[in-house]
Write a protein of this length. Structure first.
Length: 134
């Protein structure tokens, strides 16, 4: 049985812009004391990133979507590694692909809410946070 604390996933903003004022969000995955960093496919302006919270500041539906997608990517990453004894670069590549393919199917807030089981803590939290900004 794997212990939850053997896996940590921390989002961070890479300080190298991919284009003018757009910075990529990366994950730092620590699994069995080995660190892996990878891009998750979200690029944001630097001033929308909250370094203390390790998340996007939500001010509108677009930033809500980006914040929710980071959470989706965290869940995909966690589910992909939770039963593994070790994680290698092929596993990371697979996770990045899974995230990319999942993001393609999540086009609006409702898609993201539906990504989680109906009535789950995450889907309820997302609905409540969306209602606050609309």
């Amino acid at each position: 049985k794997k212990l939850l604390d053997m896996i940590t996933i921390t989002p961070y903003l890479k300080k190298t812009p991919v284009e003018k004022n757009n910075y990529p969000v990366f994950f730092r995955l620590i699994h069995e004391r080995k660190a892996h960093s990878f891009q998750i496919g979200i690029n944001i302006p630097e001033n929308t990133w909250d370094d203390k919270q390790k998340n996007i500041r939500v001010s509108d539906v677009e930033s809500w979507m980006q914040q929710a997608l980071i959470k989706v990517a965290e869940n995909i990453t966690y589910d992909s590694v939770k039963n593994k004894d070790a994680v290698n670069s092929d596993d990371i590549q697979e996770i990045v692909e899974k995230i990319k393919n999942t993001f393609k199917t999540l086009k609006n807030p409702l898609d993201i809410i539906k990504f989680y089981p109906k009535g789950s803590v995450e889907s309820i939290r997302l609905e409540e946070s969306l209602n606050k900004i609309q």
